[in-house]
Ligand binder design. Structure first.
Ligand code: FES
Ligand code: FES
Length: 179
C-alpha cells in the first residue's frame, strides 16, 4: 500500500510502487481530469500539483508520491471558481480542452508562488504543449487570473453546461447570434 493525500483525502493505493502517479490517479482513483498525452514527460498534459509544485504525474512514481499532498484538476475548486479556471474561460484559452487541465494546474502553482508573473515567467512555467495553439490567449488568461486572484478584477461566472443558446449568448457576447 502506498499512502498519500489526494485532493484533501487520504488514499492508499494497492499498486506496484513503481506505477506512475498518472495511472494511479486515472485508473485507480478514477480522476480522469488529469490527461495522458505522451507518457514520457514531453507534453505536460499530466501536470498535477504535488506539495505546491507542478509536476508531470507520468514521471512521478507512487513510491515517490508517498506521504505527499497531491492536487488534481478535480480538487482545485468545487465549482470551477479558481481564478485560473475563470480566466481561461473568459479569455477563450480553451479549444479542444485536452491540454487544459495540465495548463490550469501549472498556472495555479505559478500564481501561488508569484502573484504577478510577467510573460516570460508565464512561458517558463507553462511549457505545456497545445496542439490547438492557444498560447497567446494562455498568457492573457494567466495575467488576468493574477488580477482576479489579487481582487483587482472580477469575472462573471461561466455559463453552466447545458445552458440555452440564448442565455449563453448573453454571457458570451461573441456568441450572440444577433451580433
Ligand atoms: S503525459 Fe506526462 S508529460 Fe506527457
Ligand atoms: S486546447 Fe486543444 S490541445 Fe490545447
Amino acid at each position: 500500500m502506498t499512502a498519500l493525500t489526494v485532493n484533501g483525502r487520504p488514499v492508499a493505493f494497492d499498486l506496484d510502487p513503481a506505477t506512475p502517479l498518472l495511472w494511479a490517479l486515472r485508473d485507480a482513483a478514477n480522476l480522469t481530469g488529469t490527461k495522458y498525452g505522451c507518457g514520457v514527460g514531453d507534453c505536460h498534459a499530466c501536470t498535477v500539483i504535488v506539495d505546491g509544485e507542478a509536476l508531470r504525474s507520468c514521471l512521478v512514481t507512487l513510491a515517490e508520491a508517498e506521504g505527499r499532498f497531491v492536487t488534481t484538476i478535480e480538487g482545485l475548486s468545487r465549482d470551477r471558481s479558481h481564478p485560473v479556471q475563470q480566466a481561461m474561460v473568459a479569455e477563450q484559452a480553451i479549444q479542444c480542452g485536452f491540454c487544459t487541465p495540465g495548463i490550469v494546474m501549472a498556472a495555479a502553482a505559478l500564481l501561488a508562488k508569484n502573484a504577478a508573473p510577467g510573460e516570460a515567467e508565464i512561458a517558463a512555467a507553462l511549457p505545456n504543449l497545445c496542439r490547438c495553439g492557444v498560447y497567446p490567449r494562455l498568457v492573457r488568461a494567466v495575467e488576468r487570473a493574477a488580477r482576479v486572484a489579487a481582487r483587482r478584477e472580477t469575472i462573471g461566472a461561466a455559463p453552466a453546461p447545458g445552458i440555452s443558446a440564448e442565455d449563453a449568448a448573453k454571457a458570451v457576447p461573441a456568441m450572440d447570434p444577433g451580433a
